[in-house]
Design a protein around this ligand. Structure first.
Ligand code: AMP
Ligand code: ZN
Length: 469
């Protein structure tokens, strides 16, 4: 399995630190709003990386944080006149709903920054002790960037170029820095903001320190994969490396993976320009499995353009797989022959070739575009080789293969048709009301609708009874 490593700028063979295990950290969202479709890209992409690794037999410890203390959260809390935690808890819950609808597995651990302050104080203390950080007069703690000799190794930037081109790094209020390149680890509280006590001042952490600390706590000093969107390479991930490696004295992450950006109509997503969608917006028009399919239809390191036409194409592509599965289900229910014929056994052997193609694509830095092409080839193969005469064993084996590959991509392609009891009862009530109003056409329509879903109604003296067919 090869992974493109931002650190070396090339594809490298994946060798885990510990055999059979993968320790993976993915930078999560700042929770002050519903997540947008750009945030959904790393969620879906790295969830698919995780699923593929699990499919290969690795045990994956997957950690993804929620940044729940931040200027934007505080601003929103002030606007609404509530505590910052009310805002962050609200949007963590909403984010988890969106993740579930996109079939993104919950992480092994979803730490929150505000619950990890102790660890942050410890790491900042260590960095000061080792001479990698210093507290300024007002209690702000800065990382001494030049003290970490390898600074710039991830973003492939040179410290002197950075300094030359970035006088603006010296922003107002930060004039106590020894060097414009130094960055904040801890900052003093402002009026009305949440704060924690620390040896330096009452305040709150800088953003970068949270990931270094959470990764260390839940995965250890050295991890296999650290991932996020490409905008995080600099400064966020560069700073995480500096903090973690300076504090722990070990290589922080072996492989650094970054997804390219999602644009809308070939432009950067922007609320003010009106080209901005939340995942929730998309869910009003599409099943979020279609959004997932759309995200995986491109390689994660290629920029991806979101447009109505491409979503329609994704809908069609996704439907092709779903239709093939439901066709197999229909044949499975209706075929008379049980056993697999010799010819079917041969065909099945041939169909295994699509698994090989799928794996080859995924082994090549998770090329989901080619992996999905392999699924389509399988769909085509199924559609041309099954019929009402096919044996059950053959049909089931093809269905298992199609479901397995779809599942590695996290695509739910077999819709559970079963209706919930509460939905059935609501329709029965509506039918009763229609009958009372002498709207027999609607009443019959509802009876037929239920029948189609396998629900049989019986009008008895005690009222309407129903059963599943
Ligand atoms: P944020 O909440 O801004 O920290 O972003 C959470 C994650 O979403 C990070 O990994 C970002 O890199 C990623 N991200 C944000 N916007 C986009 C976008 N338009 N396309 C792809 N990834 C994005
Ligand atoms: Zn991070």
């Amino acid at each position: 399995m090869k992974i493109y490593n931002t650190l070396s700028k090339r594809k490298e063979e994946f060798v885990p630190l510990e055999e059979g295990k993968v320790k993976m950290y993915v930078c999560g969202p700042t929770v002050y709003n519903l997540i947008h479709i750009g945030n959904a890209r790393p969620m879906i992409v790295f969830d698919t990386v995780r699923r593929y690794m699990e499919h290969k037999g690795y045990e994956v410890n997957y950690v993804s944080n929620f940044t729940d203390v931040d200027d934007k959260i505080i601003k929103k809390a002030i606007e609404e006149g509530v505590d910052a935690s009310v805002i962050s808890e609200r949007y963590i819950a909403e984010c988890k709903k969106d993740m579930a609808a996109m079939n993104v597995k919950p992480a092994t651990t979803h730490p929150k920054a505000t619950e990890e302050i102790c660890g942050m104080l410890d790491m900042i203390g260590t960095l000061i002790e080792k001479g990698h950080a210093y507290a300024a007069e007002d209690g702000t703690v800065y990382f001494r960037t030049r003290s970490f000799k390898e600074y710039g190794k991830l973003s492939h930037k040179n410290l002197d170029d950075l300094q030359g081109g970035n006088r603006s790094l010296l922003v107002t209020g930060e004039d106590q820095k020894e060097d414009p390149l130094d960055f904040v680890l801890w900052k003093p509280k402002k009026e009305g903001e949440p704060y924690w006590e620390s040896p330096w001042c009452n305040g709150r952490p800088g953003w970068h320190i949270e990931c270094s600390v959470m990764s260390k706590k839940y995965l250890g000093d050295e991890i296999d994969i650290h991932a996020g969107g490409e905008d995080l390479v600099f400064p966020h991930h560069e700073n995480e490396i500096a903090q973690s490696e300076a504090a722990n004295g070990k290589q922080f992450a072996k492989y650094w993976m970054h997804n390219a950006f999602l644009n809308i109509d070939n432009k950067k997503m922007s609320k003010s320009a009106g080209n901005f969608f939340t995942v929730r917006d998309i869910s009003e028009k599409y099943d979020l499995q279609v959004l997932r399919f759309f995200m995986l239809s491109a390689h994660y390191r290629s920029p991806l353009n979101f447009s109505a036409e491409l979503m329609e194409a994704a809908q069609n592509g996704y439907d092709r797989i779903v239709t093939s599965v439901s066709n197999l289900n229909y044949l499975l229910e209706n075929t008379a022959s049980e056993k697999m014929s010799d010819e079917e056994a041969k065909l099945l052997e041939e169909a295994k070739g699509f698994i090989v193609k799928f794996d080859e694509a995924m082994d090549d830095d998770f090329n989901t575009a080619d992996a999905i092409a392999a699924i389509f080839e399988l769909v085509k193969f199924i559609n041309t080789n099954v019929s009402a005469e096919s044996g059950k064993e053959f049909l089931q084996a093809l269905k298992d293969e199609l479901l397995m590959l779809s599942d590695v991509c996290g695509l739910i392609v077999e819709k559970k048709q079963e209706m919930l009891d509460s939905d059935i009862e609501a329709l029965i009530e509506e039918r009763q009301a229609a009958r009372k109003a002498k709207n027999f056409a609607r009443a019959d329509e509802i009876r037929n609708e239920l029948l189609e879903k396998g629900i049989i109604l019986e009008d008895t003296r005690e009222g309407v009874k129903w059963k599943r067919a």
